[in-house]
Design a binder for this molecule. Structure first.
Ligand code: PLP
Length: 405
């Protein structure tokens, strides 16, 4: 019969990622773990294929009482949670501007929140052409378009010239543009903007003839490298002009390996108090009118972890071990690919590696025949190295290299 109103959206029959993961899981159930390479989902698995759950985080969760689960959280999050987010996000680079925090269900909620509050219906939101597919869905769901700039030039360098071109073209049509950048350890490429890239971004947005909301999706920041190094760009943002508002999308999903707890935040760093208070008003209103408030138990656990130096040290140490395991998988995957004559899209760290390819769908179909499950993107193949062992990284890279060469 058809009762659904599409409202300009294209609603697929099934989410592509979850459908593919379903097929990989069915193959694993039938043929066994060793026979199948499931490089689909962006969740960290150990070398046995089991979900990594940090025991130190679980210890913190076990200290919660019934009311920590049952009671509503304040719309913007509990005070301890808001403090914890600032510590977790900025580390030793606490910003000088006016900071406000509002809880969101994961990093995803922060993206919806910024799009609803900082763009008009029908506006274009600008991001890199390689991007998390959900950016497009969230824009579409909210009656916005997703515009893109070329992430890498012919030499594989951050394409600041195209960023400038696309941003300034939008500035001709819109008085304000959201520029979304996912770094460090970008999904799907694993690229992290260098400090030189950042100088270019700052120069470009400062000179834009429109207001710019610089939205930084840092969902993978804690897997990108050493804590201080991956945050070294943060003080540079103090050079941003008064036409720019910086907003971060924070996610505890990866940081605490707590994807299902749906814990995240949107965080603004404004030049003045008025803009910060405006952010607070709008982000809380939007939250109230959509998901209302977020998961209190996750907030209490995070508040406890970040206010207890001993517990925090345990969590940091445990995560560092997993981060290094992931970095090693990335190095091995890239090296195997290179040794077989194929290059990946510029990669630095993170959950994913991408191989550029014109017919990714047919390559992924052929990989699937070999029980290797990777996601076909419009311009390449995404491999979740987070979910496969080092040995499987080698096998997967070899199989991809054979098919794309
Ligand atoms: N941003 C990027 C680039 C992601 O890949 C993800 C999750 O896969 C998120 C944000 C949000 O994650 P979550 O909502 O689970 O915190």
């Amino acid at each position: 019969m058809g009762f659904v109103k599409e409202n300009g959206r294209t609603i697929p029959v099934a989410d592509k990622v979850f459908a593919l993961n379903g097929r990989a899981k069915a193959a694993t159930a039938e043929k066994g773990k060793d026979a199948v390479i499931n490089a689909v989902i962006g969740a960290l698995l150990d070398d046995n294929g089991d979900l990594v759950v940090m025991s130190s985080v679980m210890d913190a969760i076990k200290t919660l009482g019934p009311a920590d689960y049952a009671e509503y959280a304040p719309i913007a999050g509990t005070p301890a949670f808001k403090e914890a987010v600032q510590k977790a996000l900025f580390g030793k680079f606490q910003p000088k501007g006016f900071v406000r925090v509002c809880a969101t269900p994961g990093g995803t909620g922060s993206i919806t929140n910024v799009i609803e509050n900082y763009s008009d219906f029908g506006d274009s939101v600008l991001t890199h052409d390689w991007c998390w597919a959900n950016y497009r869905n969230i824009c579409s769901e909210n009656g916005r378009n997703l515009a893109t700039f070329r992430f890498f030039d012919e030499d594989g360098k951050f394409d600041s010239a195209d960023l400038e071109k696309q941003l300034y073209a939008l500035a001709e049509k819109q008085d304000q543009v959201i520029l979304m950048i996912n770094t460090p350890a970008h999904n799907p490429t694993g690229y992290s903007l260098s400090l030189e890239d950042w100088s270019n971004v700052i120069r470009i947005v400062n000179a834009a003839k429109c207001k710019v909301v610089l939205f930084l999706d840092v969902a993978y920041i804690d897997y990108a490298g050493e804590d201080d190094e991956v945050r070294a760009f943060m003080p540079m943002l103090e050079e941003l002009g008064s036409n720019v508002l910086t907003i971060y999308g924070y996610s505890a999903s990866k940081t605490l390996t707590a994807y299902g707890m749906r814990c995240g935040a949107i965080v603004c760093v404004a030049h003045d108090e008025e803009t910060a208070e405006e952010f607070k008003r709008a982000s809380e209103y939007m939250a109230r009118a959509t998901w209302s408030n977020c998961n209190r138990s996750a907030q209490v656990a995070m508040g406890r972890i970040y206010s207890d130096p001993e517990l925090l040290a345990k969590v940091d140490e445990e995560r560092r071990g997993y981060r290094d395991m992931l970095l090693e998988r990335g190095r091995v995957f890239e090296k195997t690919l290179n040794d077989n004559g194929v290059k990946c899209v510029p990669f630095s760290a993170g959950f994913f590696v991408t191989v550029a390819c014109d017919d990714a769908a047919s390559v992924c179909a052929k990989l699937e025949e070999q029980d290797i499950y990777c996601l076909a993107l419009p311009k390449g193949i995404r491999v979740s190295i987070a979910s496969i062992s080092k040995e499987k990284c080698v096998k997967c890279a070899e199989a991809i290299a054979k098919l794309v060469k």
